[in-house]
Write a protein that binds this ligand. Structure first.
Ligand code: FAD
Length: 392
């Protein structure tokens, strides 16, 4: 009987990890199944562009995994039973596993604010980005857009919308400072870009309630809004917490340095869903880079576990943030070993080139998860089969 590896999610972490496992492990020994809600690889890094009206390349997962031996199951995971080692899908199907790699990413965090679920738009997933795109189109040349949040996604969404829809009035409200973590050079550049794009900024403004056509702040300011874009952070889907895995308050699965769940040793985690301490002693931020590092480490650990080979340690370090400010402007903020902004930053065209190289390279790499090679040179240990309870 082959060892069943199930990878949940085919985003940056899951697609890469599945491809790497397929490339390294022998097909006689393992069966790799990837479950993803959408038939395509979704370039999440560019969803603010999609929402603003740009087209993104179509990357069907059937083409990405063709010839790799990976089985693709397009369905939504609705439940995970880690004791019975079973995944339940929205099409009624069930999948048993011996080893699970959880890489379902993250979703929008509503922070318990009333009205967010019913009256806001977001760019955290493709369906929601498409809803926002339709709303912006429907507004045409007259309307108020309120972006809530002051971090990377809020900045990218506000600037992209303002640039693509210059007739709409775009306002950003954030409980702290917009881009407050940036170094002085980058923050100055950011504020100039907001000014150029005509975005009104309200800092130290916490939105406490959202209504169909307005958002209300803690200081009683009411923002009239035809489209409120909630970009105030990400949280992990509640599936992980409900499964009984050890999780953090934001739903992230607590993992050790080798990306193994601290509560369930045959569950591994990568990407936004993972809570892991990085090389600087701080939790790795949810990011594309972290998805790469954690995917590399999780797959190295799984291969070590199944083959008995020493587990290779990959770097879990973080060097900077790249932030787009529309299509023709960007910031690349370098950070130090403690993830604090360094004074230096790339701004303007050079940062646009860096950003588009990063986004382009990650899309290219995901489209070739085995890099055209299927070495299959690692055989699994004789006892790596299917220990413990098998799902009914
Ligand atoms: C608009 C936007 C801009 C961003 N810009 C940047 C940036 O510039 N730099 C950066 O580093 N990071 C950026 N990020 C964050 C980055 O996209 C994430 O950190 C990264 O996508 C995490 O990778 P992942 O594989 O964990 O999750 P994802 O890429 O989200 O992949 C998760 C996969 O799981 C699937 N899935 C989810 N739920 C289910 C379910 N129940 N059943 C089945 N499948 C499911 C999804 O369809 C998806 O394919 C941005 C995010 C957004 C939304």
């Amino acid at each position: 009987m082959k060892h069943r590896i199930v990878v949940l999610g085919a985003g940056y972490a899951g697609a890469f990890s599945a491809g790497f496992l397929a490339r390294q492990l022998h097909t006689d020994d393992v069966e790799i199944t990837v479950v993803n809600a959408e038939p395509d690889f979704v370039e999440r890094l560019r969803l603010h562009q999609l929402a603003a009206g740009h087209e993104l390349p179509h990357r069907p997962l059937t083409e990405i995994f063709a010839g790799t031996g990976i089985r693709l199951r397009v369905a939504r995971v609705v439940e995970l039973d880690v004791d019975r080692r079973r995944v339940t899908l929205d099409d009624g199907g069930r999948l048993g596993y011996d080893t699970l790699l959880y890489a379902l990413g993250s979703t929008v965090a509503d922070h318990g604010v009333p009205g967010v679920a019913d009256h806001t738009y977001n760019v955290a997933g493709r369906p929601s980005a498409l809803r926002l795109r339709a709303r912006l189109r429907a507004l045409g040349s007259d309307g108020d857009v309120l972006v809530v949040g002051g971090n990377l996604t809020a900045i990218e969404a506000a600037t992209e919308i303002a640039e693509a829809h210059p007739d709409l009035r775009v306002t950003l409200a954030t409980s702290g400072e917009v881009g407050g973590w940036l170094g002085p050079k980058a923050r100055k550049h950011l504020l100039r870009a907001f000014d150029r794009l005509g975005i009104t900024v309200h800092e130290n403004t916490t939105i406490e309630r959202v209504e169909p056509s307005a958002a209300c702040a803690a200081d009683d300011t009411v923002f009239g809004s035809d489209a409120t874009v909630w970009a105030a952070g990400f949280a992990v889907h509640p599936i992980a917490a409900a499964s009984g895995l050890a999780v953090r308050p934001n739903g992230q699965i607590t993992a050790d340095r080798e990306l193994r769940s601290v509560s369930h040793p045959n569950v591994f985690v990568a990407g936004d869903s993972a809570f892991v301490i990085g090389g600087n002693g701080q939790p790795l931020p949810m990011s594309c880079a972290s998805a790469g590092f954690t995917g590399q480490q999780a797959t190295a650990t799984i291969i070590g576990e199944l083959t008995g080979r020493p587990v290779k340690r990959t770097s879990l370090s973080y060097v900077g943030n790249h932030v787009s400010l529309g299509r023709a402007d960007a910031i690349f903020q370098f950070v130090d070993g403690d993830a604090r902004a360094k004074p230096g930053a790339l701004c303007g065209r050079p940062a646009v080139w860096v950003k588009s190289a990063i986004v382009g390279t990650s899309g290219w790499a995901i489209s070739r998860p085995t890099f055209g090679r299927l070495d299959h040179h690692y055989r699994t240990r004789a006892d790596a089969g299917s220990p413990g309870v098998v799902a009914a």
